[in-house]
Design a protein around this ligand. Sequence first.
Ligand SMILES: C[S@@+](CC[C@H](N)C(=O)[O-])C[C@H]1O[C@@H](n2cnc3c(N)ncnc32)[C@H](O)[C@@H]1O
Ligand SMILES: [Zn+2]
Length: 386
Amino acid sequence: MDYLFIDEGQVRIKIPQYEKVSSKAPVFYNPTMELNRDLSVAALSVHRQRSEKDIAICDAFGGSGIRGIRYSKEIKGVSRAVVNDLNPMAVEITHENIENNGLTNVNVCRKDANLLLRTCKGKFDVVDIDPFGTPAPYVESAASSLKAKGLICVTATDTSALCGTYKKPCIRKYGSKPLRNEYCHETGIRILAGFLCRTFSKYKKFLKFQFSHSTEHYMRLYALVGKGAENTDKSLQNLGYIAYCPKCLNRHVFKGLTPLIPVKCQECGELWNISGPLWTGKIQDSDFILSMINTVPDLNLNTKKNVLKLLKKCHEESDAPPTFYDLHVICKKLKTSAPPLDSTINLIKNEGYPVYKTHFNHNGIKTDAPLPLIEEIILKINKDSQ
Ligand SMILES: C[S@@+](CC[C@H](N)C(=O)[O-])C[C@H]1O[C@@H](n2cnc3c(N)ncnc32)[C@H](O)[C@@H]1O
Ligand SMILES: [Zn+2]
């Protein structure tokens, strides 16, 4: 068998040569996920800095071991990392990669991730769920195993379900109705976040989302675990629905599990399209992301520029309301050309409304300003520039 050597962060990893990135490769490795791993190293570094003691990490879907190996090499204060994978060849190469990187605090395991997490209750401060496709079948085991103050990190690559291209799989896996529209990636992340919260709540645990992003073909969430029935009940009040008008682009957040949602859009009378239940609360924590931004210069990351670019965008939108308007979609409705984004944002701000850009879409505008006002501003800019 031929092998490849991959240099990421501070490690060198050996993997069997593969023809294309696929779950059928002898050992899975996806180079486009380097940004995801770099961000993870930054997030876990901040989590360790905020913990009172060294942390134990479970990389439940290890592949070549690159994640767990990077965590233990690049983060100061990792007592132990467990790298797990069902694939025997992945386990074999992970052993080799650990040795070649001179690590003594990484253990390797070959179990079904659910079995491992259920049998290691309370042993890990961080659990990383990075499976093929949906993380849904593994979240409950992670919920049962993580202690209060632990960190859960979850990747989902089934974005076609979460974003509403395929509704039924989303309903089956997450018990939630997606909606395919201009902000469908945010809806997808909120469906995943809501599913995580509902699953953790069975164990009287709640989640505080620290950092969330939708990038290329995947979504990734980082959340701190809290414990207690009362706080869990309070946190569940953030579940709700988002109603969207496909005709006038109006949208409205309805909080609660059984809110009274009018059938029609209040602006134009069209029937609402509704997504949910989903998480309507915060999905970014500005302090956590700022700490990540401050930590990045001390890390050895190949994707540092892109890491900082994404973190700054997520930091900027951390206090913004759910959903965003896509300037181009509004302009299509108005049958006018799109004015510069920054001028539009400045004029909305001049009217006294906070406005935020968003990492979800470079034409996105997050604001509580009424849609008719935004439209008026767009038309005015276009008229003045004639
Ligand atoms: C997306 S890959 C992991 C990639 C890796 N975390 C990385 O960053 O390169 C998913 C891995 O999960 C493994 N796997 C699939 N089902 C599993 C299960 N039920 N329990 C444990 N591992 C599993 C696969 O063999 C594969 O290596
Ligand atoms: Zn409407």
